[in-house]
Design a binder for this molecule. Structure first.
Ligand code: COA
Ligand code: AMP
Length: 629
């Protein structure tokens, strides 16, 4: 069957399609139906099935004879460590950790925050939660205390599992003080924290609250897998929205298992036993789906890589890892390739390694620019597959399903809709636009299994953000078009979310921080084009009347404030002081026009602009920092 047959079979009978995909999962009680539409327009999947994620990701492979196969390969050029963990070892470690969590009172439905770097123990912590039906929420290590505190208050965890430190090239990230700071800031307090002490930095434990990862597992009864309902939340993952309050994307267990398993062969073209590598971080959705769950559920070996595409130690690291561990399919963000291309434009490092094991490169997380895609294709000599998805959706919604059929590639487009989706482009009034016209990208409800049924504690926000604007559809938040061959083209976000080095960030959240500076009366943050990271945030500050301190001092202070409040990952390093911000007559800041000016693009003078002269002032300010040429 080719792609069009597979897609047609989903279109003809989605229920049968997903029930068939569900056959590949081990259920404690098989679901009698796939879709539960009793609460439409909110939908759930496999609600009457009973299942356990950890069983499917770990134990069943041991039962089926894969016990000795490596489940995880840990490769850390930063610590010069390489280590393999077999499925049997993983099962034993996870069962004991789960038993220890249970012994301290963590039960099905309790939330557990995980604040850990790229080490195998992070995956073990996630799987241990899944084993006992606890709901994990992994927080990316590049976020600071305040962001962690917001998540603690929102999901009210019973426990937090953290490492003593993370390691960035040339810098130790001291997790423990960040964790302590977050717990101080948060209103909700966890019952206890588990600290994994890394050799590189041993943290001081807080008596009465913190337990040592190894110590608290001593003598406990290993936990068995607890079956949960298909609709039981597997995890909550926070992602950026328009404001500083992140959105808690909920992932339900049954659909997550079914959909991820389906993608491993159909998208990534790997068979059980093959090595799959996603060079991302477990703190993002790519890490959840394709470092931890997807490959393990499907019986693949996953690579946990603690390093960067360049500098650890050089621009050949990716090729070393691929050749050494025989990676079949490799997934990363285009920004990683831009970083490599910048250091090794001719691809000299590639020639040092035997990459004959590699069958395809997959790119997502941000727009795959044609230069990067063509360069990657030339140096690697394998298909480069751009595919599009979001934290909300959990796995590719637009792609080129190589495991079914490699469709003709149109460079710059992530290709076509996958089963479960039927993308349309609407204008502001909700009218469908013809092929090739740019508008809001939407897909009809229900979303397929493995996506998100709602936002944690925020059903009203879920409806408002995704469902209300275009009734009957899911609003992606991206602007794009669908061409006459059904290829989807993603052009930009329709909200104030920006994408920096494949990381999704909220300019609104940064504005909230800047506004807290005592000398700042008003501010705006926009994302400007950047050759390496895709976009970079730039802040505009209007000072309170009467403030005459040097501007560079104030800029330095706000840069530190954003780093302290959001974290280094915000990559907020540029700000300018301006007298006024361009606004419409009704007072709305014209951010989109400012972006065009910064990127040296043509723009139309907005009809509703209050005072066009301000745009010239903005241009001059941007030129002062190397933009708006
Ligand atoms: N913990 C703590 N800090 C982190 C971190 C983590 N897990 N990840 C990144 N940071 C820090 C970085 O050290 C950097 O700090 P600095 O300002 O002190 O230099 C800052 O956050 C910005 O990080 P980043 O934007 O990633 O830039 P970089 O210069 O460190 O690296 C790339 C640039 C392109 C090499 C890097 O972004 C990369 O490898 N990207 C791959 C994209 C990716 O994995 N995306 C995930 C979605 S698929
Ligand atoms: P995240 O939720 O962090 O995965 O970010 C999702 C957003 O990243 C999408 O809404 C897009 O704006 C952008 N994005 C992800 N993948 C792609 C892609 N392949 N092409 C263009 N944009 C992408």
């Amino acid at each position: 069957m080719g792609y069009s047959d597979v897609y047609a079979s989903w279109q003809k009978d989605p229920e049968a399609f997903w029930m068939q995909a569900a056959e590949a999962i081990d259920w404690d009680r098989k679901p009698t139906r796939a879709l539960d539409d009793s609460n439409a327009p909110l939908y759930e999947w496999f609600t009457d099935g009973m299942v356990n994620t950890c069983w499917n990701a770990v134990d069943r492979h041991v039962e089926q004879g894969r016990g000795e196969q490596a489940a995880i390969i840990y490769d850390s050029p930063i610590t010069h460590t390489k280590r393999e963990i077999s499925f049997v070892e993983l099962r034993n470690r996870v069962a004991t950790l789960a038993g220890a969590l249970r012994a301290k009172g963590v039960e099905k439905g309790d939330r557990v925050i995980i604040y850990m770097p790229m080490i195998p123990e992070t995956l073990e912590a996630m799987l241990a939660c899944a084993r006992i039906g606890a709901v994990h929420s992994v927080v990316f290590g590049g976020f600071a205390s305040n962001e962690l505190a917001v998540r603690i208050d929102d999901c009210t965890p019973k426990a937090i599992i953290a490492a003593s430190c993370g390691l960035e090239p040339g810098r130790v990230v001291h997790y423990k003080p960040l964790l302590d700071g977050a717990i101080d800031l948060a209103t909700h307090k966890p019952d206890f924290c588990v600290i994994f002490q890394r050799e590189q930095e041993v943290a001081e434990l807080t008596p009465g609250r913190d337990v040592n990862w190894h110590g608290f597992q001593y003598g406990v009864e290993p936990a068995e897998c607890v079956p949960v309902e298909g609709s039981h939340p597997a995890y909550i993952l926070y992602t950026s929205g328009t404001t500083g309050q992140p959105k808690g994307v909920v992932r339900a267990t049954g659909g997550h298992l079914v959909a991820l398993n389906w993608t491993m062969k159909n998208h990534y073209n790997v068979d059980p036993g093959d090595v799959f590598w996603a060079a991302s971080d477990v703190g993002w959705v790519v890490g959840h789906s394709y470092i931890c769950y997807g490959p393990l559920i499907h019986g693949n070996t996953t690579v946990v890589f603690e390093g960067k595409p360049v500098g650890t130690p050089d621009a050949g690291t990716f090729w070393r890892v691929i050749s050494e561990h025989k990676v079949r399919s490799f997934f990363t963000a285009p920004t990683a390739f831009r970083a490599i291309k910048r250091e090794d434009p001719k691809g000299e490092y590639v020639k040092k390694y035997d990459l004959s094991c590699l069958r395809a490169l997959y790119l997502a997380g941000e727009r795959g620019d044609p230069d990067t895609i063509n360069w990657a294709k030339n140096i690697l000599g394998v298909p480069v597959i751009d595919h599009w998805w979001q934290t909300e959706l959990g796995y590719p919604a637009v792609g080129n399903p190589m495991g079914i059929e490699l469709l003709p590639v149109k460079v710059g487009s992530p290709s076509v809709a996958m089963p479960g989706y039927d993308f349309k482009v609407l204008d502001d009034e909700g009218k469908e636009l013809p092929a090739g016209e740019l508008g809001a990208l939407v897909t009809p409800l229900p979303l397929p299994p493995g996506t998100f049924p709602t936002l944690w504690n925020a059903e009203a926000r879920f409806r408002k953000s995704y469902l209300d604007h275009f009734p009957g559809y899911y609003e992606t938040g991206d602007a794009g078009m669908v061409d006459e061959d059904g290829y989807v083209w993603i052009m930009a976000r329709t909200d104030d979310v920006i994408n920096v080095a494949g990381h999704r960030l909220s300019t609104g959240g940064m504005e909230e921080v800047l506004a807290n500076h005592p000398d700042v009366a008003e501010c705006a943050v926009i994302g400007v084009k950047d050759d390496l990271k895709g976009q970079l945030p730039v802040g505009f500050l209007c000072l309170t009347t009467g403030v005459n301190r040097p501007h560079d001092e104030i800029v330095k202070e706000v840069v530190t404030m954003v780093r302290d409040a959001i974290g280094p990952v915000a990559a907020f390093k540029l700000a300018v002081v301006v007298d006024r911000l361009p606004k419409t007559r009704s007072g709305k800041i014209l951010r989109a026009t400012m972006v065009k000016i910064a990127d040296s693009e043509d723009y139309k003078l907005p009809a509703t602009i209050d005072d066009p002269a301000i745009l010239d002032e903005i241009k001059v300010a941007l030129q002062g920092i190397g933009y708006a040429k």
